[in-house]
Design a protein around this ligand. Sequence first.
Ligand code: ATR
Length: 285
Amino acid sequence: MNEERRLFNQQALLLGVMGDPIKHSKSPIMHSAALRETGLEGSYVPLHIVPDQLEEAISAIRTLGFRGVNVTVPHKVKVMEFLDEVDEGAKAIGAVNTIVNDNGRLIGYNTDGIGYLRSLKEEAVSEIKGRRIVVIGAGGAARGIIHALLAERPESVVIANRTVGSAERLCAEWNNLGQLIACGIHEVDSHLASSDIIINTTSVGMSPNIDEVPISPELLPEGAVVSDLIYNPLRTKLLQEAEQRGCRIHSGLGMFIYQGAYAFEYWTGQPAPIAAMRQAVIEVL
Ligand code: ATR
């Protein structure tokens, strides 16, 4: 093996994303652009892992010498039991989306919530403190976001969910972190008029069901920020309706980019080339 080849093998970063399904993931495109832009040797590959192969696949991260992987639906919760260590934030959220292989030691992080918060603050509201927030949904995505939001000390967070029991359980679990109020999705109307930020964390409105909205948009208050975690389509029906009512709108693209950027920084120790990552994703949307 010549010297150049040897160096390549030593330094090439092996990265990927595990999920089921995985073929629609835009992460390979985004991270490949990041590797190209930073000039790092390496590859980021989609890995189709079905649930009963997850433990083996995680163990193979060490065997194959992957520096890290992202983990997506449906593995974000289950994967935690196969790791050597889970970061405090990810533990509280109860889900991992990023794994770092630190010389054979696998450490799990959650970059979804902090990625969302960074995007919201940069693109829509600079100050979360004192704001009244309504979150629609109480699943895994909502947990990451609510956890990150509570650290900014909003005045209140209403969690409106189709299954009210899940919203109530989440409020009870985190009632020491801030003022949390649970309600059913059909009871959300009474909270909308006084809210500053309304966030959809459900998949309602995602392609191909682009004509659906999670709440009736008539009561969205003018001037509020309406944010949707969905980035396909970039402007969901909820965001279109919100814009027509004089709301500021915020799409899920920034969250997707920043959760990836934080992961990239964990793996490489280098600042992520955010503009190149965003451009690569926009081109394929
Ligand atoms: P994710 O990780 O994307 O949050 P999840 O944990 O399965 O996925 O949570 C999905 C969330 O979207 C839940 O809050 C779910 O409501 P339920 O708890 O009642 O299931 C919500 N959701 C999904 N489809 C919905 C729909 N058609 N209408 C309203 N809420 C919906």
